[in-house]
Design a protein around this ligand. Structure first.
Ligand code: FES
Ligand code: FES
Length: 178
């Protein structure tokens, strides 16, 4: 009689949002699962788990990555950033503020991935056009918002100077545009 082989567990040291997490996991376990189930970082979501929805987006060494497709072994010893690392205490990241101000989130399932994809875009292209925002977010699915408010939020975040970005300043911009 044969028995089902157990998946061997390995020790990994992960650097996430500047903190160290020591975890035991099979080397091929998706980073998304490790972050959620072993590190307790549940901001990213398990969506399609096939690379098609963007809900699991994080940054690894500054690059936007679909964590459901990345084995944890390939993320070890790299710098991982998740949505939990964006706010500074009670102070939201400017992109998070923009999402709130522009009503760019409804159920919230896609929001962490959308914000991480937006952050990666604005880091490489601080002043994107509307089309560039659409292309950058084309791998992120949202079933609630119709995308318009999300695109407006990214453009508002790009236009605002980080320290001055407030709900009222964005609202004013949107009012002036409409
Ligand atoms: S859960 Fe990773 S792309 Fe959908
Ligand atoms: S806000 Fe619900 S999926 Fe985007």
């Amino acid at each position: 009689m044969t028995s089902t082989p157990k998946r061997a567990l390995h020790h990994f040291s992960l650097s996430v949002n500047g903190s160290q997490y020591d975890v035991l996991a099979p080397p091929l376990m998706p980073l998304s699962e490790v972050l959620r189930e072993k590190c307790g970082l549940r901001g990213l979501k398990h969506g399609c788990q096939q690379g098609g929805c963007g809900a699991c987006s994080v940054q690894v060494d500054g690059q936007l990555v679909l964590a459901c497709l990345l084995p944890v072994a390939r993320a070890a010893d790299k710098s991982i950033e998740t949505i939990e690392g964006l706010a500074d205490g009670e102070k939201l990241h400017p992109i998070q503020e923009a999402f709130v101000a522009c009503y760019a989130t409804q159920c919230g399932f896609c929001t962490a991935g959308m914000i991480m994809a937006s952050k990666a875009l604005l880091e490489s292209n601080p002043a994107p056009s509307r089309e560039e925002v659409l292309v950058a977010l084309s791998g992120n699915a949202c079933r609630c918002t119709g995308y318009l408010a999300i695109v407006e939020a990214v453009l508002a975040a790009a236009q605002a100077k980080s320290p001055e970005l407030t709900k009222s300043s964005i609202a004013q911009k949107l009012t002036l545009k409409n």
